[in-house]
Design a binder for this molecule. Structure first.
Ligand code: ADE
Length: 410
């Protein structure tokens, strides 16, 4: 075991003390044990906040098995602490693709009833490695890319069990993707490079929720931001937010930093490398390491070397040097510490409650992609208010009546 168990315990305790929404769910789980005796396999980024979720699920009665959502996102100290706690955790920072795949396969071999996925790798395996759904009652999905994959399975009639799309819950994407991503992507870039953003031209590829959060934060610290998009509505949205919008071929020559947040492959590819300025930083914050093609970068380079942890220098054929962060993997988790704790409190409370929903209501659910039930979204929002020190007004009876009246205005 490479990690330090005591350091892991401290990291988990810090996260736990800032996760009151999941904490109150856990307190109820301890009383009610809604997952008693259930086998649960989760492929998630194994770091402190995830450990708080895993412990809450165990407190609910589940037999929890955990593997990494990405070979570089694991915190080995947290793994050591979870293993000492008796939670089967199969993850190591920097693990090979073979180790990663073996861990996901092992999680399926436990014959889970419940799955929590981040990127859909475990659900995909459950559809390819077996002839039927086994005991699986259903799964929940954390991230945009995973939801795309689930929808593709559903559209071809292949989805074998209900899957809850946690990503698109209001209490997830409005906060996790935008505010969590906005902060944690910067955290990763800062930690990897220690370089200044102010006065630099930053290209954000993709203006979804994460891209929006990132673009506004880069601007907030003095970056000049250019957005690239394929969606006309989002492109217009970015323009009216005050960002320049350009095709990548025109944005690339101006860039000091390019961050991809698209979910698409080869967003920065061979055709762009020769256009880049000397010193340009390249980072990816989309789920898979396909957005900036490292393979293509290697092919286009005369040499490459690691110049700092998480920073590889590529010398291109034209003599210019460009720098790829975290091998093109999720920079916010590989070089940074993932989304801020308070944000993951909301996302993981949704995960815990959606998993409970599956355990309790699977018999009424079809093999479809489901939204998080609105009452769960609402419950998390209500619990988040005191956690964030927010008090709000409530409608009076007269106002409630007015709101549902066709005679509004009188
Ligand atoms: N920490 C744990 N899971 C995460 C995720 N999906 N995104 C960012 N930080 C995380």
């Amino acid at each position: 075991m490479v990690g330090d168990r005591t350091a892991g315990e401290r990291k988990i305790a810090w996260a736990q003390s800032h996760m009151p929404v999941l904490g109150s769910t856990r307190a109820r789980f301890e009383r009610e044990h809604p997952l008693q005796g259930r086998t649960l396999s989760a492929v998630l980024h194994v770091e402190a906040k995830t450990a708080v979720l895993a412990l809450a699920l165990r407190a609910a009665g589940a037999d929890v098995h955990l593997a990494a959502g990405n070979p570089l996102s694991t915190d080995d100290d947290v793994v050591a602490s979870l293993v000492a706690e008796g939670i089967d955790t199969r993850a190591r920072k920097g693990e090979s693709t073979a180790e990663y795949t073996a861990a996901v396969q092992a999680l399926l071999q436990f014959d889970p009833e419940l799955i929590i996925d981040d990127g859909c790798d475990l659900v995909a395996l459950a559809h390819t490695a077996r002839a039927d759904r086994g005991r699986i009652l259903g799964s929940t999905e954390e991230t945009t890319t995973g939801v795309h994959r689930l929808r593709a399975l559903e559209a071809t009639g292949k989805l074998r069990f209900p899957a809850i799309n946690v990503n698109d819950a209001q209490m997830k994407h409005l906060f996790d993707n935008r505010f969590g991503g906005g902060q944690s992507i910067l955290d990763g870039i800062f930690s990897a490079t220690n370089l200044l953003i102010a006065g630099r031209t930053c290209v954000v590829a993709g203006y979804g929720w994460s891209g929006q959060g990132l673009a506004s934060r880069l601007r907030g610290i003095g970056g000049e931001v250019i957005v690239t998009e394929v969606d006309p509505v989002r492109a217009l949205e970015a323009r009216l937010e005050g960002f320049r919008v350009l095709p990548m071929k025109e944005a690339a020559p101006a860039a000091d930093l390019i961050v991809t947040v698209t979910g698409m492959r080869e967003v920065v590819a061979e055709e762009h490398f020769g256009l880049l300025k000397d010193g340009c930083l390249l980072a990816n914050a989309g789920h898979f390491d396909v957005e900036v093609s490292r393979e293509a970068l290697l092919r286009s380079s005369v040499s490459h070397r690691t110049v700092r942890p998480q920073v590889e220098e590529f010398v291109l054929a034209n003599g210019r040097k460009v720098y790829l962060l975290s091998e093109g993997r999720l920079v916010n988790l590989a070089a940074g510490q993932g989304h801020p704790v308070e944000i993951m409190d909301l996302s993981f409370a949704l995960q815990a409650l959606s998993t409970e929903h599956l355990a309790l209501h699977a018999a009424q659910l079809q093999p479809k992609v489901y939204r998080v039930p609105p009452e769960i979204d609402r419950r998390v929002a209500e619990a988040a208010l005191p956690a964030f020190g927010i008090r709000i007004d409530r409608w009076t009876d007269r106002q409630r009546e007015y709101a549902t009246s066709w005679e509004m205005g009188t």
